[in-house]
Each structure stands twice: as structure tokens, then as C-alpha cells.
Design a protein. Structure first.
Length: 222
């Protein structure tokens, strides 16, 4: 009788133990995978910032975790960017050529940082209400320009369109300021290291899963 009761108890405990162990494994794998994906996302964002592409492009890196709301041995995470073409260009370093237009317009240091409505500056959204109309200057054998006339230097740096009738009539103290360089093509210097960042981040996956196993507590299942 004793042997029979012991055998039944062992069988019952083993089944429960294995179920609890499987539950722990699912939660550890899920936690480790999702945590490592978060590390990768933040590393890719840091890579964008160090490459000088700004916070807006950095925040384009996003993360989606699967399955949603449950734990699984097959847990996965998808880290992606909503600025795929831009990131790819600066990750590889590519040459951009003008297609339908004759030139590519590259802002000069004197140009405002943003166009109208806070968008990235282009000739089409250049704030002419502040600086006046752009004027094309062709330079034979050199780099042509888009310039603005009748600019007065600001004490804080930069330029602004003069409103003085006397200055506009005489031209005294006024400048013509280049706002865009016009080139047929431009080479983008490689600024990002997506593959290297990914390899470094993913290499810590096994350690994250192991850490999750050691920190998570086994749950009592009924």
C-alpha cells in the first residue's frame, strides 16, 4: 500500500512540476526576447543620433512584440524603422542624382533650419515671407545657387529681409545671401552602422533569457 501511494504521488507531482517548468520557460523566453529587442531599438536610435540625423529619424525605429499579451517559447520581436529609405541611404552611403529636376538643392549654412510649418527645408517651402523670393544664379563650370537679395545681417547672427525703403533704394548695408547650393548629384557619407549595432545587441539574447530564468518565480498551477 505504501509503495502504491508513493508512486501515485510521484506521478502527480512530476506532471505539475513539468507544467510549471514549461510555464516558466515560456515566460523567460518571452521576457528575454522582448527585452533584447528593446535594447536593440534603443541602440539603433543612439546610432542615428550619433550619426547626426536627429531625434525625428531616431524615433522612427519602432518595436512590435509577438505574441501579444501571452507568453510563448516561440516569442519574437520585430524592430523596424518608418524611415526605411533614409536609414538605408545613410547606412550604405549612396549617390543621389537629380531625376526630373536638373539640380539637387542643398541648404547652405546661411539658410534657415526649417521650412514653412516646421518641415524639412526645400526650395518649395522656403519661407519667402521672411527672406524674400529665391533667385537662381547660374555658375558656369561651378556650383549654381539659389540666393535671396536685400538681406540685412542680424546682431544675433543670420539674415533677415530688409524693410527699409532707404536701404532698398540705395542698397547700403544689404547683402545677397546664398540659401541653396545646386548640384547634379550628391554623395551621402555613411553615418549609420545598422548591421554592427544589430549583431552587438542580439549577442546578448541568451544571457537575457538565462537571467529571466533566474529571476522569475515558478508559478503554482492548478
Amino acid at each position: 500500500m505504501t509503495g502504491t501511494r508513493l508512486e501515485a504521488a510521484l506521478e502527480g507531482n512530476l506532471e505539475q512540476y513539468m507544467a510549471e517548468e514549461l510555464d516558466l520557460a515560456k515566460r523567460a523566453v518571452t521576457k528575454g526576447v522582448h527585452a533584447r529587442a528593446t535594447v536593440l531599438k534603443h541602440a539603433l536610435r543612439a546610432d542615428v543620433l550619433s550619426g547626426g540625423l536627429g531625434r525625428r529619424v531616431a524615433k522612427s525605429w519602432r518595436q512590435e512584440n509577438y505574441p501579444k499579451g501571452v507568453s510563448s517559447l516561440g516569442a519574437a520581436s520585430y524592430v523596424f524603422t518608418k524611415a526605411e529609405k533614409l536609414v538605408a541611404a545613410f547606412d550604405k552611403g549612396v549617390t543621389i542624382s537629380a531625376n526630373k529636376q536638373r539640380f539637387l538643392a542643398i541648404p547652405t549654412p546661411s539658410a534657415p533650419k526649417l521650412g514653412r510649418k516646421g518641415d524639412r527645408l526645400t526650395p518649395s517651402n522656403f519661407p519667402e515671407d521672411r527672406f524674400g523670393p529665391l533667385r537662381f544664379v547660374y555658375v558656369r563650370g561651378g556650383t549654381s545657387l539659389l540666393v535671396v537679395d536685400n538681406q540685412r545681417a542680424s546682431k544675433r547672427g543670420g539674415y533677415a529681409r530688409s524693410r527699409s525703403k532707404r536701404a532698398l533704394k540705395t542698397g547700403y548695408g544689404l547683402h545677397t545671401v546664398p540659401m541653396f547650393w545646386l548640384v547634379p548629384r550628391a554623395r551621402l557619407r555613411r553615418r549609420l552602422n545598422v548591421a554592427e549595432v544589430e549583431r552587438a545587441a542580439v549577442s546578448g539574447l541568451a544571457a537575457d533569457i538565462d537571467a529571466a530564468f533566474n529571476t522569475l518565480k515558478r508559478r503554482r498551477l492548478r
